[in-house]
Design a protein around this ligand. Structure first.
Ligand SMILES: NC(=O)c1ccc[n+]([C@@H]2O[C@H](COP(=O)([O-])OP(=O)(O)OC[C@H]3O[C@@H](n4cnc5c(N)ncnc54)[C@H](OP(=O)(O)O)[C@@H]3O)[C@@H](O)[C@H]2O)c1
Length: 385
């Protein structure tokens, strides 16, 4: 038996009843609770991991709030969440070839690749019977692991920030750029204007754009996160100066600011991830032939747009999800070279994991939140911690 966090449908219902379904009042720490879990036997293709650190992922808040789907209820009443982790290999099944005890591994969360590798389901979320990694230990399939690039130049907490968000950003970027290039070739226009709205995935998306020589802009309400990206040459735009796009005038003013920053052209590729009031702002500021990509729906699941207007401007909306396993491996090659994540100033202790999600919901974190699970770290990890 190991300690592991769980979300139950009963806890979701009790908290919703307590706050009378007012989601702004939900206390996520009353929903994400420490539990125990019996690890399965290590099968021939399995790897037994001791979890060292995990990153806080926004889907936990969606699960606790049940704001997009009541996933704990849909999964039979309980989930063990957590789909981004770094662990030490403790034991391997007799058919495992790529890992041995003592190796440090990252997880990916593509829970069920389709014939082209795209996820039908996400591990520890909507994949049936999947058990997550906000736990002291886990048993996972070898196919779900990638060697951690401990020599990439990042510290250990920065590496722990990336297993879920970096592949998502990598996928969004290759899709957005590829679609734009169907319409406008490199020969016609080598340098693009690229915009991302606040959030860890968008930050990494913009690092890719900047690394490839494009003009990158980060529209966020967090001064600390804007300052961190500005150090990497990514221009900050204060989202709160436009009231987070509460009204039409705010969107107009934001569009004017974008046009001012881009010599009247607008943004060729926009990474949204939030939808809700952010979506019309991203559409308004798009350049002709622009592409709007998203793998998230943090503020709203549904969008509404003027199809005729989008046609005239030759805009493309692309809906993506998590990467393929091959793409996850490719994204890992870019740790340190391209991906230099901002990590929240506090590294949370395992017992403080619920508080980390409360603070994520309050939107007060200065970077990606990391939770240290293991008290003692292997020497190779301790050396970069
Ligand atoms: N499909 C996938 O594979 C996938 C993968 C990763 C994430 N996601 C989803 O994508 C979304 C974003 O994920 P993430 O990891 O980038 O999130 P994150 O790092 O937790 O950041 C969320 C950001 O949302 C912004 N925000 C909060 N409240 C807002 C509001 N009212 N209006 C505008 N912006 C607000 C904040 O930015 P500022 O305060 O800085 O503006 C915050 O930094 C989540 O819904 C997540 O579940 C999907």
């Amino acid at each position: 038996m190991v300690k592991a966090y769980a979300i139950t449908a009963d806890a979701v219902a009790a908290e919703r009843a307590r706050v009378n379904d007012d989601l702004d009042k939900v206390d996520i720490s009353r929903v994400v609770a420490l539990d125990t879990l019996e690890l399965p036997e290590v099968g021939p293709t399995d790897v037994h991991l001791r979890i060292l650190a995990v990153s806080g992922e926004h889907n936990i808040n969606h699960a606790a709030l049940a704001d997009t789907v009541n996933i704990a209820h849909a999964r039979g009443g309980k989930i063990y969440p957590g789909n981004s982790a770094v662990g030490e290999v403790v034991a391997v099944g007799d058919q495992v070839t790529k890992f041995k005890p003592g190796d440090i591994a990252l997880t990916h969360c593509n829970g069920e690749p389709d014939q082209f590798g795209f996820p039908r389901r996400i591990w520890a979320y909507d994949k049936a019977d999947s058990v997550g990694w906000y736990a002291e230990e886990a048993v996972v399939g070898e196919w779900q692991l990638i060697h951690a690039p401990l020599d990439c130049g990042l510290n250990f907490w920065e590496i722990a920030a990336l297993p879920l968000r970096a592949p998502t950003a990598y996928h969004l970027w290759r899709r957005g750029l590829g679609i734009y290039r169907v319409k406008v070739t490199y020969e016609q226009q080598p340098t693009l204007n690229v915009l991302g709205f606040g959030g860890g995935v968008s930050e990494l998306f913009l690092m890719l754009a900047k690394h490839e020589g494009h003009n990158a802009y980060f529209c966020s309400g967090s001064p600390e996160r804007r300052a961190a990206l500005e150090e990497q040459g990514i221009v900050g735009i204060d989202q709160k100066a436009f009231n987070r796009f509460a009204g039409r005038d705010d969107i107009k003013a934001f569009n004017a600011e974008v046009k001012n920053l881009t010599a009247g052209v607008g943004m060729h590729i926009v990474c949204d991830m939030l939808r809700g009031p952010v979506f019309p702002a991203g559409i308004a500021c798009a350049a002709r032939q622009g592409v709007n990509v998203s793998a998230g729906w943090q503020l709203s699941k549904a969008i509404d747009y003027d199809s005729a207007g989008a046609s005239v401007k030759q805009l493309t909306l692309d809906h993506t999800h998590y990467e393929t396993p091959i793409g996850c491996n490719a994204a890992t090659e870019l740790y340190g070279r391209v991906f230099k994540p901002t990590v929240h100033k506090e590294i949370y202790a395992f017992e403080d994991l619920p508080r980390s999600f409360v603070e994520m919901q309050e939107n007060v974190q200065t970077g990606i939140p990391i939770i240290r699970v293991a008290k003692d770290l292997p020497a190779a990890v301790a050396a970069i911690s």
